[in-house]
Design a protein around this ligand. Structure first.
Ligand SMILES: [Zn+2]
Length: 429
């Protein structure tokens, strides 16, 4: 078995920055070639699928003992977000191992899990191990820019590779949050908010900047954007958040505040992870108008990053219209539906058992991710999708801040723990 720390470090050293621009995204092919080499040395031959030059995806199937059972998809993306080396205490693409951590861009998002998957399945070859059911591996490009060249390309153009997959595991879940010395919550993702990137357009009367103008597009747009940015949408407790609160209340042995907002606010570091999962959100991210200091433009646009709760996409559109008013045109630039599955069934039981076997203080709980992952694409093929890339983390590590953050790093022991849990899970499910 290749060491998971070396695998993670080697993957980080391949700069696979996804800028969202085809011309400047370079390293995904190299990363995929590295993964393909590791797999083929273990007798697993992946299909190599490029959606555009250099935008490389890999899919491989490990036949199980009983291929008539639904297959399990295990997926990880190979791209990373950009990193500015001047801000880091080590070079972000050094993959340096120091102070018990593997450092670099992608250490937690998500070359850690890619490395765990490789360490686990290549370890099976030496003993000739065959898993109970088919396992499909997918290593994708472009997750960090929405996945059009990655997971969405795969499901749209190569759905046959996922034949029979009934469930999937990937990011972001299975990590520990320490609540007492011998008690760790492991947050397993069973839901993801939906994504709506919207453009608001305001139109007005163009003219000279020195004239009186009561129909200024910039003013109208700014009013709408400011109202929206300050709007707190109503709290809605979806089944996943309800289950999360019940589990946490039971584990901590405390009666949680009946107001879900207050209950979550009292959960310390977890609040940052789940705080945005009790309401729809709309954050203005870009503004654009005008071409000259003394010319009033006839139009102005703003981009709003909206995240919707499962089952509330339509209601959100109504809420949005009520806030911005009738004069603003709303254009949907990008839409991905929210996901939600239940925290039950043999796979969930196997995840919980694998965690407990490796950590007697483990308490698995379901949660909703406020962001989006490749699961959005795979769910369109009818799979139940879970965020489960198991990691045991030190109590004082601010895990959420490491995602896309400076000095992203992952504990080496956490990686090794992850391999043991993943190996147990894949052998038992
Ligand atoms: Zn990620």
């Amino acid at each position: 078995m290749t060491n998971v720390v070396d695998l993670c470090s080697n993957l980080i050293r391949i700069d696979s920055t996804n800028t969202g621009d085809l011309d400047t995204s370079a390293g995904e092919r190299k990363a995929a070639e590295y993964v393909a080499t590791v797999l083929s040395e273990a007798g697993i031959e992946p299909a190599v699928l490029e959606s555009a030059p250099g935008r490389t995806n890999l899919v491989a199937r490990i036949p199980g003992r009983d291929s008539s059972h639904g297959a399990l998809l295990v997926h990880g993306h190979l791209d990373v977000v950009p990193a500015d080396a001047s801000e880091w205490s080590v070079h972000p693409f050094s993959g340096e191992v120091k102070d018990g951590y593997v450092w670099g861009r992608g250490a937690v998002d998500m070359k850690d899990f890619d490395a765990m998957v490789l360490a686990t399945v290549t370890g099976w070859q030496a003993e000739g191990y065959v898993p109970p059911r088919d396992i499909v591996l997918a290593f994708t490009a472009d997750e960090e820019a929405g996945g059009d060249y990655g997971a969405h390309f795969l499901v749209q153009r190569h759905a046959e590779l996922f034949e029979g997959c009934t469930e999937a595991i990937g990011e972001v879940g299975g990590f520990s949050v320490t609540v007492a010395p011998d008690l760790r919550l492991y947050l397993i993702q069973t839901a993801e908010k939906g994504i709506d990137w919207l453009r608001l357009h305001a139109a007005g009367r163009p003219g000279h900047g020195s004239f009186v103008n009561d129909d200024n597009a910039v003013t109208a747009l700014c009013e709408a954007v400011a109202r929206l940015g300050r709007t707190e949408f109503p709290v809605v407790v979806t089944p996943t958040v309800q289950a999360f609160l019940e589990h946490v209340s039971e584990v901590l042995g405390v009666e949680l505040d009946p107001d879900p907002e207050k209950a979550i606010a009292k959960l310390g570091p977890i609040a940052r992870i789940v705080g945005a999962t009790i309401r729809n959100t709309a954050n203005p991210t870009r503004l654009s108008a005008g071409y000259k200091d003394n010319v009033i433009p006839g139009k102005a646009t703003a981009t709003i990053d909206c995240r919707t709760l499962p089952g509330f996409a339509d209601q959100f559109q109504e809420q949005l219209r009520a806030v911005v008013g009738d004069q603003i045109e709303i254009e949907t630039v990008h839409h991905q539906a929210a996901l939600e599955t239940t925290f039950d069934g043999p796979l969930v039981d196997a995840m919980a058992a694998a965690l407990r076997a490796e950590d007697a203080g483990a308490r698995p709980v379901p949660y909703m991710l406020s962001g989006g992952t490749d699961a959005k694409a795979f769910a369109t093929l009818g799979m139940r999708c879970f965020g489960f890339s198991p990691l045991q983390l030190p109590a004082d590590l601010d895990f959420a801040a490491l995602f896309h953050g400076i000095d992203e790093r992952v504990p080496a022991e956490g990686l090794e723990f992850g391999v043991r849990v993943l190996d147990r899970l894949l052998r038992s499910s």
